[in-house]
Design a protein around this ligand. Structure first.
Ligand code: FPP
Length: 250
């Protein structure tokens, strides 16, 4: 049985998030500069997006550029931004063909004008697509996102439109960049690192974490399928006991 056939399509995670890691090491292994790895990473993005859409995943979020990534050497930032502009323009027709909507989370105001402009164009063009939403986390960090949510909530309290006792988990979720989508149920990180790196800290409270040794440029849809099969073998208890879950499903 192929890995895809092992997936129970009735129990897919609705939202999968991926920390794409290992581009630099992949390039180094081949004696190339780091930016070569990011170019290789685009292929992995394309195949993974197609694989997720083919299965019927509702939302796929990719950590493409973190707030901390601004500290990288200028040549690498420039190359990544150039790659983003290029990939977004080049891939928009494929997004349209596959009925995929593009969205972003993060501080997009801090992106170079050309990237922001291209993104806006692609987001507008794909806005009516309904099969899957591809969310790119760009200049994103979870603490930045939570800080901004708190600022907005505080402002509403100050304006009198929200009472402090009305602040609950739902209100907080609604003030995050991800307010439109369900929380990720599966978080994948490539390259053998077992860290969260300031990604969706609030939203992954109950997500299953999946770490693979594969470096991002080598990641393909079969690797996504393997992660989903692994996810489906896990027992998600949400704080309950195994016995409680079994009696609920009996
Ligand atoms: C992490 O590898 C990867 C990134 C910081 C960038 C990810 C970007 C892409 C895959 C290309 C463009 C994306 C889209 C959405 C078109 P690393 O550089 O940290 O690798 P290392 O840990 O081996 O140094």
């Amino acid at each position: 049985m192929s890995i895809k056939e092992q997936i129970d399509l009735q129990r897919l995670p609705r939202h999968v998030a991926i920390i794409m890691d290992g581009n630099g090491r992949w390039a180094k292994q081949q004696g190339k500069i780091r930016t070569f790895g990011h170019q290789g990473g685009v292929k992995a993005v394309r195949d993974t997006v197609e694989g997720a859409a083919e299965l019927g995943i509702d939302v796929l979020t990719l950590y493409a550029f973190s707030t901390e990534n601004w500290n990288r050497p200028k040549y690498e930032i420039d190359a990544l931004m150039h790659l983003l502009v290029q990939s977004i323009s080049k891939e928009t027709p494929t997004l349209m063909e596959n009925n995929i909507r593009l969205a972003t989370i993060g501080n997009t105001d801090s992106l170079p004008e050309k990237v922001a402009k291209n993104l806006k164009k692609a987001i507008e063009k794909t806005a009516g697509n309904t099969r899957m939403t591809l969310v790119l986390a760009l200049s994103y960090s979870s603490r930045w996102e939570i800080t901004h949510a708190v600022q907005r909530i505080a402002q509403e309290v100050k304006d009198g439109t929200l009472q402090p006792e009305e602040i609950n988990e739902k209100v907080i979720s609604e003030h995050l960049n991800t307010s439109l989508w369900p929380d990720p149920e599966l978080l994948i990180r490539t390259s053998g690192e077992a860290r969260i790196s300031n990604f969706l800290l609030w939203q992954i409270a109950y997500a299953e974490l999946y770490f693979t040794q594969k470096l991002w440029p080598d990641f393909r849809r079969e690797d996504l399928f393997e992660a989903i099969v692994d996810f489906q073998h896990r027992e998600r208890r949400f704080g309950k006991t195994s016995e409680q879950l079994k009696s609920e499903h009996a």
